[in-house]
Each structure stands twice: as structure tokens, then as C-alpha cells.
Design a protein around this ligand. Sequence first.
Ligand SMILES: [Cu+2]
Length: 331
Amino acid sequence: MVRSTIIGVLLLVALLVPATFVEAGGWASVRFDDEPGDIVAGEPQTFTMTVRQHDREAIDIDELTIVATREGSTEMIEVIAEPTGTLGNYRVTITFPREGQWRLVAIPAPFPETVMIPLSVLPASAVVADLTGGFSLAIGAGACLDSVVSMQPIDLFDIGGSAWGAIPVALDSLLEHPHALVVVNAAGEQVGCGNLNDPVNAGRTVVPIDASDSFPGGIAMFDATDTSTAITWFSLPVESPRTIVQIDITTAEGGSFDPRLVTIHPGDLVVWTNNTFDVHTIVSDSFAVTGAAVLDRGESFAHLFTESGTFPYVCGPHTWMAGTITVESQT
Ligand SMILES: [Cu+2]
């Protein structure tokens, strides 16, 4: 008799508790607003989703965390979603580093975690598995001659003449504390290192990595985007450049190189960047964007000048776009 009274009181309490009192053991569903489309590894993907208490009423919660785990691995991504301003609605941007089946768990605090639909991530179209001879890049905290830890690998994509990748960390925060770009060989050994301490010029910093017995050398450009850092890698079999000269491809006069005339010295690096919505190339007798490759918006091409001389060049599709690099020996 006593027991049934207690149960009766508990039932009464349960009925009186308002629906928002979640500590009593409520639950909430988290569902994507739209069916996720094709998801490609290495490309940031934004999703919106709605939290519903008992899968019915949309509800704002304390914090929504999404945890993605790749099946058959221990690879895990954890991202906190941001409210969109609509009741119960949240937005999250995830870059899946690898193809495969990713399990998603949402933690709509203070509600318990809930399993979302798994996502199939497609392989990146043109991953450069190695730079040259099995080398790969990683970014880590620390300085080269000291020690570099917490390394994050950088997946690179072939963009013709150079390779491109991105990491979900703002350039400003990379420069706030010492960070280094590390080259790792196929055996996992560190064979090259460059500190990210160059001055930032128009949202870009350049990190050369010297050639050595175990690595042919190269140069990385770090470009700031909103919340991430884009990395363009040029394999250049040389020592560090003395000076880096940047040439912008602009829309002025129907397309032009700015500056058009550049005078440098042997050992200087020239980097062209396409800042237009057209595609352009760079063609001369002694250097060119390789193969059929073109520079899309935001892409760069670099060439290191080692010998003196006069090097006129044009843009292939727009032959009125012309420039000249003059390399003068230093006396
Ligand atoms: Cu052009």
C-alpha cells in the first residue's frame, strides 16, 4: 500500500513537472534540416540541424556538440555548433579529413547524447599522396631547432604546378604562438622544418624549407581565410629564396600583372597570384604553369630565378597580359 502511494506521488510529480525541466530525464533529437549532399574529404561542409525535445518541439539548449568518428578507426572530430537564431536551430562546419563512413553523435547539453544518421564521405578528387618521393607536410606547435609537437597532417591536392591544402585554424592563431611546418618522409622521419615567423604581408606568410641531403626543398605559402588557413606548396629544388616578390594578377585593363616589370637578383622567388574570377596562365621560354594547368581564382604559381637575364612572359589565353622579370647579377 505504501509503495503504491509513493508511485502515485512520483507519477503526480512527473505530470506536474514542466516539459522544459530536463534534469528529470528528458531527451532530445538532433536532425539535419536537409538531406546532406555529396561530402568530399578535405572540403569544409556546413550543416544546419534542429534540436527537438522528445523529437517534437524545437528547443534552444545550453550547447550542441557534434562528434564524428570514422568507422574502423580512432579518428575523431569534435565540433561545437552555433545557434542560427531560429529556435532550436544550429549550424556546424565540418571538414572530414578522409573518405569513409563517419558515425555522428550529437550531445545536446543538458540532454543526453543521441545518434545521428551516419555520413558517407567521398575521396578527394586529386589527393597528392606525396610531394615528391613520399614526403608529406604537417603543422605543429613549437620551433624547428627546439621541438615541434601536436602535429596536424596537411592533406594536399594537386592544382597543377603546385599543391594546395587547408587546416581549420586561423592564421592569426598560428602566429600567436610558435608554429612550424614539418616535412615527414615515407618512414615518418622529420626531414625538413620551417618556422612560421615571417612577417605577414596582406594576409600571407611564406615559409621556405631548405634543400638537404634527405629533402629536395620547397616553399609553402600560408593564406588567411575567415576561420582557416590555406597552404600552397611549391616543390623547388633549391636553398631558401633570398627575397620573395609577389605579383598580383588583377582585372585592371582587362587583365594585367601588377607590377608588370620586376627587377630581382639570382636566388629570388617570384610568386604570381590570381585575384580575378577568370583563369590565367603564365608562359615564357624558360618557365610556365606546367602542363594544361591554369590558375583559378586565389591560386598561385611560383618560380625561383637562379640565373641572370631578361624573362618576358604572357598569359596564354590573354596575350595582351604581359610582364617581364629582369634578373641582375649582384656585383
Ligand atoms: Cu589571363
